[in-house]
Ligand binder design. Structure first.
Ligand code: DGP
Length: 178
């Protein structure tokens, strides 16, 4: 009789252990533990990405004020446009230093107050600006010889803080430049 009672107790205990491990753990214990963990990891990852993006945006924010070139782009003040496309504008300099003197600018400054603010993300627009210089030189009939100048910063004689390339031609250039 005692042996039968002991066997019944053992079977009940075994069944309880089996129920917990084989049935409850996968459906009852593991599910609620696994999902929150994954969500937590995803949350950490996404907030880290957001923070990194916010830091990158702050580091490259366009902190320069508006310039006269914004008004030229918006056609609020007139200019003699030599070339224009979606991203780039080229117009004659108001104070020409050579028979041909054209300014080439990005329509969206995107932090490029000067060349010193260039970031890897600007590589495409920088290439487009340079290519536009070549197009402008051909249009202006100076493709055989011209000079491209970027004045950067106060010591470089920059006066308008919106990146621009000067295309100068139509006369013999001298070297070194002043
Ligand atoms: P820089 O000194 O490198 O920043 O050159 C700025 C040039 O911009 C300078 O050669 C004169 C030109 N510029 C300034 N204001 C105007 C304007 O209102 N119209 C035109 N067409 N050019 C301007």
């Amino acid at each position: 009789m005692a042996a039968m009672a002991a066997a019944a107790t053992l079977m009940s205990a075994t069944s309880s252990i089996l129920r917990r491990s084989a049935l409850l753990r996968p459906h009852g214990l593991q599910v609620p533990r696994r999902f929150p963990r994954q969500r937590f990891v995803r949350h950490i990852a996404s907030s880290t990405n957001e923070e990194a993006a916010a830091k990158a945006a702050a580091a490259t924010a366009d902190i320069g004020g508006p310039t006269i070139f914004d008004k030229i782009i918006a056609k609020e003040i007139p200019s003699s446009v030599v070339y224009e496309d979606e991203k780039v504008l080229a117009f004659r300099d108001i104070n020409p230093q050579a028979p041909v003197h054209v300014i080439v600018i990005p329509k969206v400054r995107d932090g490029l107050t000067g060349l010193d603010k260039a970031e890897p993300r600007h590589a495409e627009i920088l290439g487009q600006l340079l290519y536009t210089v070549k197009v402008v030189a051909e249009k202006e009939g100076v493709a055989d010889g011209y000079r491209v100048v970027i004045n950067n910063g106060a010591e470089g004689c920059q006066s308008v803080y919106h990146l621009h390339l000067h295309v100068l031609g139509g006369r013999q250039m001298k070297w070194p430049p002043g």
